[in-house]
Design a protein around this ligand. Structure first.
Ligand code: GMT
Length: 389
């Protein structure tokens, strides 16, 4: 067994979608946490991941340049990525690659592994694929992507999924033989915490002591942002309140239109994309996540760590994170009445709200803190390296 498998720090390449989206957030936070532990992290992507701000010791960023020629209607990013992965792995002597979101990242990693193995140094470059959700539930189901997604998952040296739900669904629908280990998403409980200043900071959005509801997403149709507005409209009729919407995306204008139609636009505050969501989340009482599907629901977990009670849909991996009636509430997709009633009842009962807020924080701390989850990734990498040695 060499030093890497036994315990020396590792050199890890991480690839993710760098723009707004849960998988990029998880990949970036993972890289930051691993770097803190002394591992050398190399992000390889077409843009700097959004939560990667400022210089960090042990963190490097390698941009993938995609050349475009008149001949290319579709510039081949996956090939440029594979080439860059192989170059970076060779130059910086990476121990392994960890790709987040199967398409096309695991295919690029597979090519990089083959290129290095076939090169003069016959270098080994194992890769780990982490499945996040829509890579399996939406994109991977497209007949044009399914066979190659299945192949690259099977060929991965290690595969993880961010919930039991996603693991089961991948095994079943993709007929995967490779082992898939569940490593849950995580939250930094020191950063995502409600501080005493939050009471004062709330006043900038709720100057008259109104309640605050929050939603955080990439505003894609799967998030059902207009349901958030519908729920808020019902809550606001009973309880003076404000809605903070964090993020941006295709359904933002529909949500704006709906708020204006209902005449509540002055109480619906669109904050757009925010880099430091841990400063905004703790200002709220309730987080609304009425998604069509969530393989995990990272936004709900981040809110829970900040003592913000989640009201979400009973879909995908969400029940693995939120225990209905204890650390939040779950309802059927589209049932805005029930979700609004949960919010109204809770906001009318301060002690129940406080109790549930504490229970939410306790779940985040006991099951999903970085301190619990990051060592699972480190152990997993070492096992992959041992097997590939
Ligand atoms: O939800 C999105 O639209 C983004 C997507 C992604 O891959 O960036 O999120 C997925 O991964 C997140 C992080 O692991 C999970 O918390 C989300 O539940 C999952 N989204 C869906 O399954 C729809």
């Amino acid at each position: 067994m060499d030093g890497v498998a036994k315990g020396r720090s590792m050199r890890i390449g991480i690839t993710c979608y760098p723009t707004y989206g849960g998988s990029g957030v998880v990949a970036t936070e993972l890289g930051l946490e691993l770097a803190q532990l002394g591992h050398e992290i190399h992000f390889i992507s077409y843009a700097q991941p959004i939560r990667l701000t400022g210089p960090h010791p042990n963190i490097h960023y390698h941009e993938v340049e995609v050349s475009s020629y008149p001949l290319f209607d579709y510039p081949p990013y996956d090939l440029a990525l594979a080439t860059r992965m192989a170059e970076v792995a060779d130059f910086y002597e990476l121990d392994l690659l960890h790709v987040h979101y199967a398409i096309p990242h695991s295919v690029s990693a597979l090519l990089a592994r083959q290129m290095l193995a076939a090169g003069t140094k016959h270098k080994k470059l194992p890769f780990v694929t982490t499945l996040h959700g829509t890579d399996i539930t939406l994109v991977g189901q497209d007949p044009s992507y399914l066979p190659i997604t299945r192949y690259s998952i099977e060929e991965s040296d290690g595969v993880t999924a961010i919930s039991e739900y996603l693991r089961e669904r991948t095994l079943r629908e993709f007929e995967i033989k490779n082992e898939i280990k569940v490593i849950y998403n995580f939250v930094n409980c020191d950063l995502y915490v409600r501080k005493p200043e939050a009471a004062q900071q709330r006043l900038q959005y709720a100057p008259n002591g109104e309640r605050i509801l929050v939603h955080l997403s990439n505003f894609r149709p799967v998030k059902r942002v207009t349901d958030t507005v519908e729920i808020f409209d019902r809550v606001r009729k009973k309880i003076p309140s404000k809605l903070l919407l964090i993020g941006d995306g295709p359904d933002r204008s529909r949500a704006e239109w709906l708020a204006a139609q209902k005449g509540i636009q002055h109480d619906v505050i669109f904050l757009g994309k925010q880099d430091e969501v841990y400063e905004k989340l703790p200002l709220a009482d309730i987080m609304l996540l009425p998604s069509e599907l969530e393989s995990f629901g990272l936004a709900a977990l981040e809110a829970m760590a900040c003592q913000v009670v989640p009201i979400a849909t009973r879909v995908g991996g969400v029940p693995e994170v939120i225990e209905h009636g204890k650390s939040g509430f779950l309802a059927d997709v589209g049932d805005v009445e029930t979700m609004a009633n949960y919010a109204i009842d809770l906001l009318n009962d301060e002690s129940a709200l406080q109790e549930m807020a504490k229970a939410s924080r306790a779940v985040a701390q006991s099951r999903f803190c970085t301190t619990k989850i990051i060592p699972q990734y480190v152990d997993f990498y070492r096992r992959v390296l041992e097997r590939s040695a």
